[in-house]
Design a protein around this ligand. Sequence first.
Ligand code: GTR
Length: 434
Amino acid sequence: MFWMFFVALAQVVGEGQQGWQPNPELVKKLSERRPDVIYDEAKVPTYTLPDPLVCLDGTKVMTPELWRSKRRPEILELFRTHMYGKAPIGKPGEMTFEVFDLDKNALNGKATRKQVRILFTGKPDGLSMDLLIYLPNDVKRPVPVFLLLNFFGNHAIHPDPAIRIKPVWFKGEKITPSEDSRGRDRSIPVERILARGYGIATAYYGDIAPDFPGTFQHGIFAAFDKLFGEKRPPDAWGAISAWAWGLSRVLDYFEVDKDIDAKWVVVLGHSRLGKTALWAGAQDERFAIVISNNSGCGGAALSRRRFGETVAIINSAFPHWFCENFKRYNDRENELPIDQHMLVALTAPRPVYIASADEDLWADPRGEFLAAKFADPVYKLLGKEGLPTQEMPALNQPVMGTIGYHIRSGGHGLTEYDWERYMDFADKHFRQNR
Ligand code: GTR
């Protein structure tokens, strides 16, 4: 028994040596700036990961059936209880959709644009989320779609003057964005996505819940938290859970839109919204493919490595992202009953892609790769290819099995390079299965 434990540990520690290496100058600079943060692989503590294929009661998961019936639900519940918190509602019975814009000749005739207001409580003056959709006109319906939440409002993702401007959150207040803020967010290459045969759908994350510690007084929390009574329980949903919940409501809409192939929806997200995409895909198996772009701590990166952003750092900077219980693990990552490879594994057997960036050491690229690697045994058990490499690839050398991974040049961001790889990945899986 003892030697087995030792082998597992040695395997994890040995990872630091292979494939991509961070620029030593950058490591030096960042370490000097934040001596309290680990940027040097040599300082990563030894750790043992929980085995995704061993149940809490010690049962070894040897069959896909046992994964499905016992271990998967158990892991999901652990993430709900200890990390992201429980969403109190599924699809609200009173929710309605209002298609308020339809233009079959958008973007010089290349696209059909739809805008849909999702009324969470069915009340026209209640909480709503605006969904912006572009579908390629030269592709047979129903169309596969990429879905992501955006940070600055729908009007910011494209200069198209027909995108409805809706108030956004700014420093704790709602403000109406100016006309000249249209198209300022360059992170969604709409025309390229359409040219490659995909639809693109996006909504503003602040429409679901604002992103500041006082969020629980607003948005979806104000609309539904009364179910909790006076005090929010320690496992009540945090903002990431709320945003993930919102993504599932978009899928509810897709299921009634005949132009969209609701069985082929790729959910993706960048950074905090990458954490959100992983959590949405883990819980809602209607998402066909899940993509995490630079999601880091609380997303794809293994918490136990403590490299870059840690549980304690994230919980103090963003106390509203996770449930209260997660704060118990500040500086005690080894006590977590889960780690992020298990979040990746919850997507299995569906394709999942994890992407890192060379200069984004705050998000721990190697920790993100390792989560993909240690999710792989679950994919193998379910008869899938999983991750086609055991070693971290070099820069700009994507690998694409059922699990995909790349680390690209540059810093934290969602770039055209990332998008092209995600569409390659979707092409591969849609060609195989659609
Ligand atoms: C950072 C945070 C990260 C990441 C990022 C983002 O400040 O520490 O976890 O989520 O924000 O969302 O841009």
